[in-house]
Design a protein around this ligand. Sequence first.
Ligand SMILES: NC(=O)c1ccc[n+]([C@@H]2O[C@H](COP(=O)([O-])OP(=O)(O)OC[C@H]3O[C@@H](n4cnc5c(N)ncnc54)[C@H](OP(=O)(O)O)[C@@H]3O)[C@@H](O)[C@H]2O)c1
Length: 230
Amino acid sequence: MTQLNSNKSKVAVIGLGNIGSAVATNLVKGNRSIVVSDRKIEKAKMLSQKLGNLAQPMDIATAIKQADIVVFAIWFDAIKELLNTYAKELRGKIIVDPSNPIAPDEKGGFRKIIGETESAGEILSSLLPTDAKLVKALGTLGVASLANAAFRTPEPAVSFYATDDTSINEIVEELIRDNGFAPVNIGAINQSIRIEVFGDLHEFGALGKTVTVSEAKEIVSTDGKFYTAV
Ligand SMILES: NC(=O)c1ccc[n+]([C@@H]2O[C@H](COP(=O)([O-])OP(=O)(O)OC[C@H]3O[C@@H](n4cnc5c(N)ncnc54)[C@H](OP(=O)(O)O)[C@@H]3O)[C@@H](O)[C@H]2O)c1
């Protein structure tokens, strides 16, 4: 891959809808070199033109092959599909899953498309390619907050994450900080349900808002279930 502007892990954002565009925009604002990719290459080229040199457009296969971190900013079922299609290329990579396993319901709202007690994170972790590492992250806020609360001062807003592989915590936290948020680890992938939509730490769940690190620490002390705080 063309050497980008730093020795940080190479990130590819796959899927340039609401979340993918917001994450890509934040990362560029955070001075992170990224690859932007979508099944429509034109979309990637257009976003790259808008964001400048730090965002390189690529087709999905090349983007995955050349990245260390692959952010799947696509719907849950599409992630399952791509894990299968690109199983070989995804070996050993860090896969970021921001997905919420929901679909529109007949009342104009959303319903969960997996079991009440299941999480997308746990289901995807059972489908991982060899040696790939999954982190549930970047989906704990709605797109408006993801865009508007990024790089907030003086206290940054929190972005929660969960992973089974603590060896990647540092890399994940760097990604979240470059995305404009303060990372807070809530534990293993079996905690994913807490940071998926309707979960108790999701903006569209019991939490209902963005929080600062100190507010997150207060939740820790009142909620006992929290795993670690920064
Ligand atoms: N929107 C939110 O507030 C929010 C908040 C937290 C988490 N999330 C999660 O983030 C993910 C993306 O949500 P979104 O709101 O950004 O959705 P979106 O605006 O509909 O964007 C989805 C993107 O994925 C692409 N895509 C769909 N199927 C694909 C496939 N099979 N292969 C490659 N690309 C594919 C779409 O491309 P096309 O244009 O070609 O269809 C589109 O660019 C979802 O899992 C969602 O649950 C969303």
